[in-house]
Design a protein around this ligand. Structure first.
Ligand SMILES: [Ca+2]
Length: 270
């Protein structure tokens, strides 16, 4: 197993956050909740009466964080080559042009329980006089679900994870084709993707990319909670089987402040 962990320089340091935008079903109700329950201050609003016929947006301020609340939609893969769109409002302004809304996207959590942020280890310690930055990760796969009973409606229960920036690590998974190995049909390495799954069971999938054109395709991860991650590689349609060295799955250990790396060679593909 080729597993190394090296010191890394953060090539994309986060120096500040301009605003967080929350996409909700009822912006007025959510803004009211954040104001009355969380003590945020509403500093701006725009809506139909200002000429924004499809918008109802509130800007809320809490300390130096800003929260912008509007609507949302989810596009669901029907598994047969088609997709359907579910929206918080059939006229939601953020919909793709010309799209047809198949059903309703409900977002009850915002009005019932507010926004919950899951901290690694369920705790976060800040000492007196200390400043900490949090990485906030909106988990799409856990945040959307289909209502039971075949109603066709979708529900958003936002799951947001947070980690102390200084305790997170990164990962870099490289994939190359062995000499003489070709992919079947029109398949190319950029259609492959890499998935890391940690102890939380949440898959994090990143497509392979060769931005510098040197023939080595990579999936790069930032701001991972330290711990062990199972590494798997997904092939596109048209590739029925493939083998790698080292063989999959591989466990990658992410450490705080470091980038764990793993390099795979595809030794056969059919
Ligand atoms: Ca490359």
């Amino acid at each position: 197993m080729l597993e190394t962990a090296t010191e890394t320089v953060d090539v994309f340091p986060v120096k500040g956050v301009d605003y967080l935008q929350f996409l909700v079903g009822n912006a007025k109700q959510a803004a009211h909740y954040y104001s009355t329950a969380f003590g945020m201050t509403c500093v701006a609003y725009r809506g139909p009466e200002h000429g924004y016929r499809d918008h109802a947006e509130y800007v809320l301020v809490s300390g130096s964080a800003r929260f912008v609340i509007t609507g949302a939609y989810i596009e669901v893969d029907n598994g047969n080559g088609t997709s359907s769109i579910y929206a918080s409002d059939p006229n939601y302004a953020g919909l793709p042009p010309g799209s047809t809304v198949a059903g309703n996207l409900q977002m009850p959590s915002f009005s019932q329980s507010g926004l919950k942020v899951t901290l690694t280890g369920d705790q976060f310690t800040i000492s007196s006089g200390e400043q900490k930055l949090l990485v906030v990760d909106f988990d799409v796969s856990q945040s959307f679900g289909q209502l039971a009973g075949g109603s066709g409606q979708w529900v958003m229960h936002p799951v947001i994870k947070a980690d102390d920036v200084s305790t997170t690590g990164g990962a870099r998974v490289a994939v190359t084709l062995d000499a003489g190995v070709t992919l079947p049909g029109t398949a190319v390495l950029s259609e492959f993707s890499v998935t890391l799954t940690g102890s939380d069971g949440v898959p994090r999938t990143v497509p392979l990319d060769d931005s510098d054109g040197d023939g080595t395709f990579e999936a790069v991860y930032s701001f991972l909670a330290p711990g062990d991650y199972d590494v798997t590689i997904q092939a596109p349609a048209g590739v029925t089987a493939f083998a790698t060295t080292p063989a999959l799955p591989v466990t990658l250990t992410v450490q705080s402040g470091q980038t764990a790396t793993e390099s795979f060679t595809i030794t056969s593909a059919t």
